[in-house]
Design a protein around this ligand. Structure first.
Ligand SMILES: *[C@@H]1O[C@H](CO)[C@@H](O)[C@H](O)[C@H]1NC(C)=O
Length: 189
């Protein structure tokens, strides 16, 4: 490696800055069985990890979201335009939602529960930022089995772009799948 290359590399890190070790304000948001849930990571935080457990007694899942900083994000310049979608699915129906337009990604999730159905309707907080683009999108495997535990950690630099799930009325539960993408800064021309 030439000295110039190393210098360039160093300068790149200085410009991109904000190494993940400096991240503050990492926090865990927890939901309750059978209750309305509103999860909003609040910028500049993204989802870092998600777990959820099923309770046969409550016919519902409890969720735990870890929000924090992901790399590749220039925190000082990360100002998104965000808005809530309506409730995407009907009770007991499959769900399929991606923040599709431009570089959309999900920073929040809300949901309402109805005992009669033992199920939830879901809504997503979609954010857009012209300084960022998403790429390398991929669909995860199914993240849980019916009534089983869900435990997902986002790869560093990856954000949530879509959520889909299939519902089963016998289990009164859903199997979830995420679409995740790398979020990359677009350098000005
Ligand atoms: C689910 O259960 C595991 C193991 O007991 C626990 O570590 C995790 O925090 C639980 N998650 C939720 C959302 O309750």
């Amino acid at each position: 490696m030439s000295t110039t290359f190393i210098l360039l590399l160093l300068m790149t890190f200085m410009v991109i800055g904000e190494p993940i070790t400096l991240a503050t304000g990492e926090r865990i948001l927890t939901t309750e069985y059978d209750k309305e849930m509103v999860i909003n990571c609040e910028e500049p935080n993204f989802f870092l990890a998600v777990t959820s457990n099923y309770s046969t007694e409550h016919k519902d899942r409890k969720w735990e979201f870890t929000c924090g900083l992901t790399s590749h994000i220039r925190v000082s310049e990360h100002r998104s335009r965000c808005s809530w979608s309506g409730y995407i699915n009907q009770y007991e129906r499959d769900l399929n939602e991606a923040c599709g337009r431009r570089s959309g990604f999900i920073e929040g999730i809300r949901s309402i529960y109805k005992d009669y159905y033992g199920d939830r309707r879901w809504s997503f907080y979609c954010c857009y930022n012209d300084d960022y683009t998403i790429s390398r999108c991929k669909t995860t495997d199914q993240l849980n089995k019916y009534q089983g535990r869900l435990n997902y950690r986002f790869q560093d630099g990856y954000v949530l772009r879509g959520v889909s799930s299939v519902h089963n009325n016998n289990y009164k539960d859903r199997i979830f799948t995420f679409e995740v993408c790398s979020l990359d800064y677009v350098y000005p021309d």
